[in-house]
Ligand binder design. Structure first.
Ligand code: PLP
Length: 456
């Protein structure tokens, strides 16, 4: 239902009401923070907006700036804040654990790490039950790749083009786009064609893309490989270069897993963005494809924003780490693992997976309807609350609408909606809000996008 002003123009969409006012902010201004960042932080730091947003408070699906202005956060700290900003149960778990014991070491016993390991193992199928905690997704993927190499005695890894798996040597090797690479040897990784239903040569015929893996093994390796690493939906951390919410074409992952297993490799599912109920239909992204990986890596949603990651594998594969030393000072820190346990409880108690499914499906339907109205929208895709909207200036040629994307992004912020941006050409909106996102929030987001595009 649209409201019209007295001249017949559409009224700027209004944000749903929310009963919370943050305390007054007395810290430095946005300009002061920006000047310190320019002087003391890396020039490689990115900002989502030309005029960077200064966020000082967060509550559930909302962020607040220094003036107390509220924004609907449909980016979720890059698919990280899954329960909602400063969710009271997660905050309580962190505060209570911090007061009692802030840090120990895995060389002693502490219940928080064991409790979370047990709870995570119970969420996974098959014999995936041995957990290694890390501080980030990068570390989790580095460890998974190392395990696959140790277990198989092979070196070659296959990852997908357009993938992002992390920022250290091994994971940059697995990340597949030139902007992210550097010129030292990142050997042993082969990049297979990603099965992209919108831009890929085989459309949605997943099994056809899997043939490329067979070719890579045949022509680029000895015939035996260490493993294959892939997300279930290619998401990417920031901006341009990779990701863009590419759902792997149906049938691809089962076919790929078969080929990898025949070559003796292990299948690694990178669930850093797509795990923790985000896709709605299942708790893990890979479950949407009916496969069971050998190793699962996770981060982001696991701690609702607290630095935590994990690798989960079978006892047989985990045994390889007894053949060498592996140690991580902060991995499994009691405060982080207490937060992780609270996250799992909140997802279950508040039925956030069901909500991601119901609200995500509703939001996707509304976005598809918006595509029929605005030529600028070339594709709407994704599952649950992990959605992408790709903007193009020509539907046939799929010409990326880069400037238009920036404009809509900026204007939506002015109305009070924050979405992410990414994809190979930087022309995809990434919608990955906290999983408590409501239908009213979905309406507000779509109305804000509609309003902005109608004014262009
Ligand atoms: N894997 C995926 C799919 C990611 O999106 C990211 C980060 O965005 C990573 C791995 C790396 O995680 P982190 O930034 O926590 O090291």
């Amino acid at each position: 239902q649209k409201e019209f002003d007295n001249k017949g123009g559409v009224v700027v969409p209004k944000m749903p009401s929310f009963d919370y006012a943050p305390p007054p902010y007395t810290g430095p201004s946005a300009a002061e923070i920006l000047s310190k960042r320019k002087e003391y932080l890396s020039p490689a730091m990115f900002y989502l907006y030309n005029k960077p947003l200064n966020v000082v408070d967060g509550k559930m699906q909302y962020l607040f700036d220094e003036k107390g202005r509220r924004y609907l956060d449909a980016f979720g700290g890059i698919a990280t804040v899954c329960c909602g900003h400063c969710h009271p149960h997660v905050v309580d778990a962190i505060v209570n654990q911090t007061k009692r014991l802030q840090h120990s070491t895995i060389l002693y016993l502490n219940h928080a790490i064991a409790d979370l390991a047990e709870a995570l193992a119970n969420k996974l199928p098959g014999n995936l039950k041995v957990v290694f905690f890390t501080n980030s997704g990068t570390e989790a993927n580095e460890l998974a790749i190392m395990m696959a190499r140790l277990y198989t005695g092979c070196h070659d890894i296959i990852s997908l083009r357009n993938a992002y798996h992390g920022n250290a040597a091994g994971t940059m090797g697995a990340t597949a786009q030139s902007n992210w690479k550097f010129n030292v040897i990142q050997s042993g990784v082969h990049h297979a064609i990603n099965p992209d239903p919108y831009r890929g040569v085989f459309g949605s015929e997943g099994e056809k893309y899997a043939k490329d893996i067979q070719d890579l093994i045949q022509f680029g390796t000895s015939g035996n490989i260490a493993g294959f690493v892939s997300e279930a939906i290619q998401a990417s951390p920031i901006f341009t270069g990779v990701g863009g919410i590419i759902e792997l074409a149906p049938g691809y992952l089962p076919a790929a897993y078969n080929i990898i297993k025949k070559a003796g490799g292990l299948c690694i599912a990178d669930e850093v963005q797509g795990g923790f109920a985000r896709t709605g239909s299942h708790f893990w992204g890979f479950e949407n494809h009916g496969v069971v990986p050998d190793i699962v890596t996770m981060a982001k949603g696991i701690g609702n924003g607290i630095p935590l990651g994990a690798v989960i594998t079978t006892p047989e594969i985990a045994e390889v780490l007894t053949r060498r030393n592996y140690f991580n000072t902060f991995g499994g820190n009691p405060v982080c693992t207490a937060a992780g346990l609270a996250v799992l409880n909140v997802i279950e108690k508040e039925k956030l997976q069901d909500n991601a499914f119901v609200v995500g499906s509703y939001l996707k339907e509304r976005l598809i309807a918006l595509k029929d109205k605005h030529d600028l929208i070339g594709d709407v895709r994704g599952r649950g609350l992990m959605l992408g909207v790709e903007l193009v200036t020509d539907h046939e040629l799929k010409t990326p609408a880069k400037l238009e994307t920036l404009h809509v992004l900026d204007q939506m912020k002015e109305i009070g909606v924050l979405v992410g941006k990414g994809g190979f050409y930087g022309n995809v909106f990434r919608i990955t809000p906290p999983l408590c996102f409501s239908k009213e929030d979905a309406d507000f987001l779509v109305d804000a996008m509609d309003y902005t595009m109608s004014k262009m």
